[in-house]
Design a protein around this ligand. Structure first.
Ligand code: SAM
Length: 231
């Protein structure tokens, strides 16, 4: 399967394993991952955030309930919300989540946004789990036609050491553990380059009641809600 599907499948598998109730996707683009996750019966709240309102609106009708969703007796409630805004800004609507995913997002952030990202996501949103995926630059020589970056909008592409030292620094600072894996395995004989997409899976070490929620968060809304569906 294509790489983007392998990344989405990785998240679906994680959802199947940990059964989060509240899941948010940052940099959700055309909401394909959210659309896939709406079929996971454990999820009661789904939220998306993107800085580009147009790309989010392209296919968002897919997130609306179908007539059949009303005919079936609802076994669970599901609320899907899309927000227009930046991961560099704090908004209380992103607090209290079990899982937050950032799929191929960080390499699109400007330096100033990347600097704010850890405090916003790990300090403020502080979900139980965070998954971050980004290209592994060590794999690039194996990709036909890639001479510099994989995409012209990428601000950087990190090798495994660069990504891991950034992620470990965040984990230490915000009291999370982190484990590294990936999708898109290297071909036989090229195992030393690692996965095509590198992935960090962060798990919060402290329990929510102690430090985080509603404590130092009288923050005002910064995002604009562009879509909401209640099943
Ligand atoms: N996660 C999707 C996926 O895996 O297919 C889309 C990844 S796309 C390469 C990166 C997305 O991040 C774009 O939709 C872009 O608009 C969004 N983005 C870039 N900067 C952002 C920011 N500061 N805050 C929120 N989203 C941002």
């Amino acid at each position: 399967p294509p790489l983007y599907k392998q990344r989405y499948q990785f998240i679906k598998d994680l959802v199947g394993k940990y059964k989060p109730k509240k899941v948010a996707d940052l940099g959700c683009a055309d909401c394909t991952l959210l659309w896939m996750l709406k079929f996971c019966s454990c999820i009661e709240v789904l939220a998306g955030l993107d800085i580009c309102e147009n790309v989010m609106k392209e296919k968002m009708h897919r997130l609306s309930p179908l007539p059949g969703d009303y005919l079936q007796p609802a076994e669970r409630s599901l609320t899907v919300t899309l927000h227009h805004g930046s991961v560099a800004h704090k908004d209380p609507c992103m607090c209290g989540f079990d899982l937050i995913t950032c799929i191929e997002l960080i390499e699109h952030l400007e330096e100033s946004e990347l600097e704010k990202f850890p405090e916003v996501v790990f300090g403020f949103m502080a979900p139980t789990m965070v998954v971050i995926t980004t290209p592994n630059s060590e794999f690039n020589p194996l990709l036909p036609g890639v001479t510099f970056f994989r995409h012209p909008d990428h601000k950087f592409e990190w090798n495994r050491a660069e990504f891991q030292s950034w992620a470990l620094g965040i984990a230490r600072c915000y009291d999370y553990s982190v484990e590294f894996t990936g999708v898109g395995p290297p071909p036989t004989g090229m195992e030393h380059v690692g996965f095509c997409t590198q992935i960090g899976v962060f798990v919060r070490k402290y329990s929510q009641t102690s430090e985080s929620v509603h404590f130092e968060k009288p923050t005002k809304a910064a995002y604009k809600t562009v879509f909401k569906a209640v099943y």
